[in-house]
Design a protein around this ligand. Structure first.
Ligand SMILES: Cc1cc2nc3c(=O)[nH]c(=O)nc-3n(C[C@H](O)[C@H](O)[C@H](O)COP(=O)(O)OP(=O)(O)OC[C@H]3O[C@@H](n4cnc5c(N)ncnc54)[C@H](O)[C@@H]3O)c2cc1C
Length: 437
């Protein structure tokens, strides 16, 4: 069997679907394929879907801030209603602790440049505004089983925190991805599921199609790799992995759940907390729970995964305990349950923890990968930027490697030099080399 499309998008996660939606809006006949049975069933399903603006680079801040307006007006962005329901933006605000690993003064400069509203709190203001938080400094992040002084009294006090009232999270990342599928379909995009790409067909250094596991060939001159933690496998299929200066690989990441401190409704009154001083992030979760992830401090060993189809999806006792005990230092009234609840998913991590949004050395083959655990919030804007790149290269003959696309963000008006997301950039020294980006 054979099919034809202007562009094949490999991967129906949040980023893949946003690219399909934007390409369809530009008139491309797109075909999205996913080996899973449904949209958003890959790593997007495990996303904490936090929407925050504290990134270490100006591009990162501008990119994220542009997305805020889309998440806040989700139904308007999607243009149509999904019969499955629409995901909701929960605007709880974010608190970024002024930790020693975070150049918070630089972040404030970026926020001022881009126009992100914020409040700059000292430690007393932080605890006045959020009495459930401790203002103690615990630096450096450590693990209870390895640090003899983990539970010891600490005298130092934090410098304070940055509060961003517009930040929040999406109620259901998988549903939001289905919402975008429905939006793209309304614009003419096609989707096929349970369809695994096993070959990128090439002729004279140009993509000519993809082959699926069941033998179906899809003829196309454009392929976009948005395969999440499987991105390096697809790049290898296309023969471009070795040529890219920036590589991608899968990293296992645990997310732990814990009930809110007794007497406090974290679901209604909690915020998203980025606590670099403790190496964790937290956000409210349904059922008055708190979701706790690691910000990848040095004490937490990276769990690189060779085969993204083979990894432990459950939390481990040691990592669950490390994350929850660190959370309990910042939230002293937190109770520690006996039952460990949580899960593990994969990040698609790039060499410098910043994404690749780029063409490749193979004609017609594009990459939106290396999302490094922090690109859910950027997906709609990435969709706009990637579709513009594809249109400019394929229809206008842009030499993007020589003259990188300058993409002006429609709302904020900030112009992003897409060279910052190049596969061949030098490792960015301003990155935190962590999920914080
Ligand atoms: C635990 C966790 C927490 C996170 N928290 C946040 C957060 O709070 N905020 C934030 O902004 N970001 C967060 N992220 C990151 C964010 O979720 C990801 O950047 C984003 O979901 C990636 O979307 P994607 O579309 O690129 O990939 P995915 O959702 O992984 O989609 C890739 C798809 O490709 C398909 N695929 C792979 N190989 C093939 C093949 N050969 N043929 C066909 N299909 C294929 C897969 O089945 C999959 O559905 C988190 C990620 C994780 C894992």
């Amino acid at each position: 069997m054979s099919k034809k499309a202007d562009a094949v998008i490999i991967g129906c996660g949040i980023i893949g679907n946003c690219i399909a939606f934007e390409l369809a809006k530009k008139g491309f006949k797109t075909l999205s394929v996913d080996r899973n049975g449904d949209s958003g069933a890959g790593s997007t399903a495990g996303s904490c879907a936090i929407v925050r603006a504290h990134y270490s680079t100006l591009e990162g801040v501008a990119f994220a801030w542009e997305g805020f307006g889309i998440w806040q007006n989700w139904e308007e962005y999607c243009e149509v209603q999904d019969d499955w329901g629409m995901a909701k933006y929960r605007q709880c605000g974010s608190v970024m602790v002024k930790s020693r690993d975070r150049n918070w003064k630089k972040i404030l400069e970026h926020w001022d440049t881009v126009g992100v509203p914020y409040e700059n709190w000292d430690a007393d203001t932080m605890t006045e505004r959020l009495p459930i938080l401790s203002k103690t400094e615990f630096w450096p992040p450590s693990r209870p089983e390895a640090d003899e002084d983990f539970f010891g009294e600490k005298e130092a006090v934090l410098e304070g925190a940055l509060y961003c009232p517009s930040a929040g999270y999406m109620s259901d990342p998988k549903l939001s991805t289905h919402n975008v599928q429905v939006a793209a379909e309304a614009r003419g995009a096609e989707f096929i599921f349970n369809a695994e790409v096993v070959e990128i067909i090439r002729e004279d250094n140009q993509v000519t199609g993809v082959k699926l596991k069941d033998g179906t060939v899809i003829e196309t001159g454009i392929v976009v790799n948005v395969a999440g933690p499987h991105s390096s496998i697809i790049n290898n299929m296309a023969g471009v992995e070795e040529k890219n200066n920036i590589k991608t690989r899968a990293e296992r990441h645990e997310v732990a759940y814990v009930p809110s401190p007794a007497g406090f409704d974290f679901e209604a009154g909690g915020v998203q907390i980025s606590d670099g001083d403790n190496g964790i992030y937290m956000r409210p979760e349904v059922g008055n729970n708190i979701l706790v992830g690691s910000e990848d401090p040095r004490c937490d060993t990276h769990q690189w995964v060779e085969d993204p189809d083979e990894f432990n999806r459950n939390t481990t006792d040691a990592q669950w305990t490390a994350q929850i005990y660190r959370a309990a230092r910042r939230l002293p009234d937190l109770g520690i349950p006996n039952m460990h609840k949580g899960f593990a998913e994969l990040y698609d991590v790039s060499s410098d923890w910043l994404p690749i949004y780029d063409k490749s050395d193979l004609g017609g083959f594009y990459m939106a990968c290396g999302s490094s655990g922090n690109q859910y919030k950027n997906a709609p804007v990435a969709g706009m930027m990637m579709s513009e790149l594809i249109e400019q290269c394929e229809k206008e003959g842009l030499n993007h490697d020589k003259y990188p696309l300058q993409f002006t963000l429609p709302t904020t008006g900030v112009t992003l030099d897409m060279g910052a997301f190049s596969r061949n950039r030098e490792l960015n020294p301003n990155s935190t080399y962590s999920v914080i980006g």
